[in-house]
Design a binder for this molecule. Structure first.
Ligand SMILES: *[C@@H]1O[C@H](CO)[C@@H](O)[C@H](O)[C@H]1NC(C)=O
Ligand SMILES: *[C@@H]1O[C@H](CO)[C@@H](O)[C@H](O)[C@H]1NC(C)=O
Ligand SMILES: *[C@@H]1O[C@H](CO)[C@@H](O)[C@H](O)[C@H]1NC(C)=O
Ligand SMILES: *[C@@H]1O[C@H](CO)[C@@H](O)[C@H](O)[C@H]1NC(C)=O
Ligand SMILES: *[C@@H]1O[C@H](CO)[C@@H](O)[C@H](O)[C@H]1NC(C)=O
Ligand SMILES: *[C@@H]1O[C@H](CO)[C@@H](O)[C@H](O)[C@H]1NC(C)=O
Ligand SMILES: *[C@@H]1O[C@H](CO)[C@@H](O)[C@H](O)[C@H]1NC(C)=O
Ligand SMILES: *[C@@H]1O[C@H](CO)[C@@H](O)[C@H](O)[C@H]1NC(C)=O
Length: 388
């Protein structure tokens, strides 16, 4: 799927309804934004305009819409209002300001989604059960392009793709850094859930949690040309957490990634232990990563949140197959540069490492592994894997 200027021109011309341009009302601008998107093919928020989004945005079931966001949507940090009014998303007990769904939707224009996260980060520090909204949830949508948009200071995740198909994010600039002693936690760049054929490209992310995370039933995802700073990396999972639920992550390519000052570089994590779920992680490639000061540059953890005894007794039911770590270079913060840790009983297969050039701040690089056979031209960097 490609959105060309011709496509956009046709989209604009195909409608009988006029384009609409919004100006700030001085009060809550959500109602006028909602009705404009319902009534008009193209909705423009001009460069000098900041709309005050003080009530939730249900924009589901749209078709053929173009939101030209040149100015700003500012999400009013009225915590008592959003508590109880933000849309609830059952997966991982999330809430969101905005559901955007339907067919053939474009949002572009160089403007900004401002989540005004600071008061949320500060409130969360004193109340760990506070649900903080995701800025934008692409919800039950097909053929969506979000391009050339800034997203700043989300209270929580910046983006969730929830039951989407053919969704492209291009040239997105994400920035969330707290100015108080309270960290901007859980400010993931993207989470992809129950979605197929998703592209995330040419973007810069400075945040406090995963840069991109592939959650249950993310399939055919391309992540390319990202520059991530301060994050928890490009992560598959965590998967297999909930009893009775089967999680699939398949056909993922993460390529040309710069990862700086991060907790993880390329990561796969799956639960083990009693009373968890299961699933399959298959055909995942992490390629051309340049990492700088990363705690865990290359990591598989198939005993996630599970102690060694429990992991031996109850190996993960989330099988991991056909994984490539190719051309991963740079530096770690500690001595371990790569850790491939699988559950016992052959739960990982066809795990490949090629052209790894990773160095610790001092001393020899440490490579660790358990319960798998490693292949590829960098396999010899690993000692014989421990069996548990
Ligand atoms: C959003 O609006 C649609 C269509 O008007 C409605 O069917 C749906 O229930 C609303 N969703 C929520 C979560 O309120
Ligand atoms: C913490 O946040 C929850 C959820 O928003 C809310 O119900 C609760 O009252 C808050 N607790 C305190 C002590 O503010
Ligand atoms: C912290 O301050 C900087 C500089 O004013 C600003 O760009 C950034 O958005 C602020 N962060 C938050 C979370 O408000
Ligand atoms: C993932 O897809 C499989 C196969 O369609 C389905 O059985 C499973 O319930 C889905 N899991 C989730 C978390 O949606
Ligand atoms: C593996 O995933 C890649 C990238 O998403 C895809 O191009 C390729 O076709 C997949 N291979 C198989 C055998 O499905
Ligand atoms: C390895 O990755 C680096 C950094 O992305 C890239 O410049 C280089 O071309 C890659 N090497 C190969 C052989 O693909
Ligand atoms: C390991 O986890 C199991 C199951 O969750 C728990 O019962 C056990 O006490 C834990 N053992 C240790 C040493 O923490
Ligand atoms: C490693 O490969 C050997 C030979 O194919 C196989 O017997 C063994 O089960 C494999 N070990 C693991 C941990 O997968």
């Amino acid at each position: 799927m490609r959105f060309t200027s011709t496509f956009l021109a046709l989209l604009d011309a195909a409608t009988s309804k006029a384009s609409c341009t919004l100006t700030a009302s001085g009060g809550d601008d959500s109602p006028q934004f909602l009705s404009a998107v319902k009534a008009c093919q193209t909705v423009t928020i001009p460069k000098s305009t900041t709309l005050n989004i003080a009530t939730r945005l249900n924009m589901t079931g749209l078709s053929d819409k173009h939101i030209s966001l040149q100015g700003t949507l500012r999400f009013n940090p009225d915590i008592p209002y959003w508590t109880g009014n933000a849309f609830f998303i059952p997966f991982q007990t999330q809430v969101t300001f905005w559901l955007l769904g339907g067919k053939n939707i474009v949002m572009d224009g160089g403007g900004t989604l401002d989540g005004v996260g600071q008061p949320w980060y500060d409130a969360f520090a004193g109340n760990s059960t506070l649900l903080r909204p995701i800025i934008l949830t692409v919800f039950q949508a097909t053929d969506v392009l979000i391009e050339n948009i800034n997203m700043i200071n989300s209270p929580e995740w910046h983006n969730l793709v929830n039951e989407g198909k053919n969704v492209v994010y291009n040239k997105i600039n994400i920035h969330a850094v707290s100015n108080s002693s309270h960290f901007a936690s859980n400010t993931d760049g993207w989470n992809v859930y129950r979605s197929d054929n998703v592209v995330i490209s040419n973007s810069v992310i400075v945040n406090g949690d995963d840069c991109v995370a592939f959650k249950p039933n993310a399939t055919n995802v391309l992540v390319t040309d990202l520059d991530c700073t301060g994050s928890h990396g490009i992560s598959v999972g965590s998967l297999g957490q909930f009893p009775g639920v089967f999680d699939i992550v398949e056909n993922v390519l993460a390529i040309n990634i710069k990862m700086t000052n991060a907790q993880n570089g390329a990561r796969i994590k799956a639960w083990a232990g009693p009373n968890v779920g299961g699933g399959i992680v298959k055909n995942i490639t992490f390629q051309n990563f340049i990492e700088s000061k990363v705690d865990n540059p290359v990591i598989i953890d198939q005993c996630y949140m599970t102690n060694a005894t429990a992991c031996s007794q109850f190996p993960s039911n989330t099988f991991i197959q056909d994984v490539w770590f190719n051309n991963i270079t740079g530096t770690s913060t500690g001595s371990t540069v790569a850790s491939l840790s699988c559950s016992p009983d052959g739960r990982c297969s066809d795990i490949n490492v090629n052209n790894l050039q990773l160095s610790p701040p001092s001393g020899a690089a440490k490579y660790t592994c358990q319960n798998l056979n490693i292949t590829g031209n960098a396999a010899s960097l690993f000692p014989a894997c421990i069996s548990t």
